[in-house]
Design a protein around this ligand. Structure first.
Ligand SMILES: [Zn+2]
Length: 430
């Protein structure tokens, strides 16, 4: 109880609109598709008016759009906004929506460049409300006790600051990944309602608990963030905690785009974002981003949408079937250049044809060669997996790519963010 009030006081202090957004999202949680699209159209019109009236960029770009009479389909008439364009016009796009306070935010790109912007308060509230609605699907309240498994190590001062923040949010965060820490974690997990963090860290811990014979029946949700959740992670996590890893998909700019329901489908938060798939690329319109409007923004991920499935959970929100990779990173063969989707296909194919599920980190140090580091797993016959993986890669890269397969342990003692693909090859000019 204490934590509930502490939490509510803290959140209201930070963002007084959070509860309003959460109430609205809970109300439309089981709304039919037509109603969700009606909400989208209304919010889209407001956003377009704001963007047109407050920025020169959209004043020009939207000059032929009759906003008041438009339908959702007419969104397609607006050109796609690229990251380069967003950055080039950022000074013009940044604006202060009347009556709204602003919160500082930043994105860090793959190349390490940081982009600073301000979020209007409704943008921030909509983001966290979407997260909390996702929690509610698992019976988790935002103030419930939780454990966070983060990848980065911080210095003592930063850790202390985070500890205080975490105390207010009723969570405890782990920075170290040693057996002693896992033993301490086990005690805390028994008093917690949910676990969140890097999926590789959660999986590593689950593997340790499995060996020890520990199980936990008090955990309602295991949420993986920031990293790709490999299918092979689910088995031990489910055995130990009773749930597979739930995925949350989003970005700093777009907020929570989709949240996985207990049936295993990633539902788009249609009340907050409009999502399109064009040539497998995700295009995002954030309906609450007024202080930096991005309309039909090319976020940089490849995705597959599923517009057919009627989810058994009863939600009509459209589904993202899969996030298949980052745009812009290339795999270099001896001759050709390939999309990173091919790596994804290589492993999907291996799982589909041979039932072999691997957690991998693909690394390219030189053109024409790929190193696959595979996380060791007692269940896997390494020789068989190696030869089948090489032949699966051959299906997508032919003779153009030599493949080296290593079976590795998680790095002991410290865990950094696990990347599915890293390239150290200098890119050819586009
Ligand atoms: Zn569902």
């Amino acid at each position: 109880m204490f934590h509930k009030y502490l939490y509510l006081a803290g959140e209201r202090f930070k963002n007084p609109h959070l509860q309003t957004h959460l109430d609205a999202l809970m109300k439309s949680d089981k709304a039919p598709l037509e109603e969700l699209e009606k909400i989208q159209l209304e919010r889209l019109k407001k956003l377009l008016h704001h963007a047109k009236n407050n920025t020169n960029f959209y004043k020009e770009r939207l000059k032929d759009i009759d906003i008041d009479t438009m339908r959702l389909e007419d969104l397609k008439k607006i050109p796609i906004l690229t990251k380069t364009e967003l950055k080039a016009h950022a000074d013009d796009l940044r604006n202060a929506p009347p009556g709204e306070s602003l919160i500082k935010a930043e994105t860090s790109g793959t190349t390490g460049d940081v982009f600073l912007f301000n979020k209007n308060i409704h943008w921030d509230a909509s983001f966290r409300a979407a997260q909390y609605r996702g929690y509610s699907w698992y019976g988790v309240e935002p103030w419930d006790k939780s454990l966070y498994f983060w990848g980065f190590k911080k210095n003592f001062k930063d850790r202390l600051k985070i500890r205080v923040l975490d105390f207010l949010l009723n969570r405890y965060r782990f920075f170290d990944y040693t057996n002693e820490e896992f033993e301490r974690a086990a005690e805390r997990i028994r008093q917690s309602t949910y676990i969140a963090g890097y999926s590789s860290s959660i999986h590593m811990m689950a593997e340790y608990f499995k060996k020890k014979g520990y199980t936990f029946d008090n955990i309602k949700m295991v949420k993986g963030t920031a990293e790709k959740v490999y299918d092979s992670y689910h088995k031990s996590v489910k055995e130990v905690f009773g749930h597979k890893i739930t995925s949350e998909y989003g970005s700093a700019e777009a907020g929570v785009i989709a949240y996985e329901c207990p049936e295993g489908n990633m539902h788009i938060v249609m009340e907050n974002v409009i999502i399109e798939e064009i040539d497998n690329k995700i295009i995002v319109t954030n309906l609450w981003a007024y202080s930096l409007p991005f309309i039909r923004f090319e976020l940089g991920d490849y995705v597959v949408l599923d517009n057919e499935t009627q989810c058994a959970c009863g939600r009509a929100h459209k589904i993202i079937k899969e996030v298949t990779g980052r745009i812009g990173r290339k795999v270099y063969g001896k001759e050709g250049v390939y999309s990173t989707i091919n790596i994804n296909h290589t492993f999907k194919n291996l799982s589909f044809k041979h039932g072999i599920e691997l957690a991998y980190s693909a690394k390219q140090y030189e053109k024409g060669k790929m190193v696959f580091d595979i996380i060791k797993d007692a269940q896997i016959d390494e020789d068989a997996a190696r030869s089948k993986l090489i032949s699966s890669a051959h299906e997508y890269f032919g003779d153009d790519l030599d493949v080296e397969v290593n079976f590795v342990n998680y790095s002991e003692g410290k865990s950094k963010k696990q990347k599915d693909f890293e390239s150290f090859v200098e890119e050819d000019p586009a």
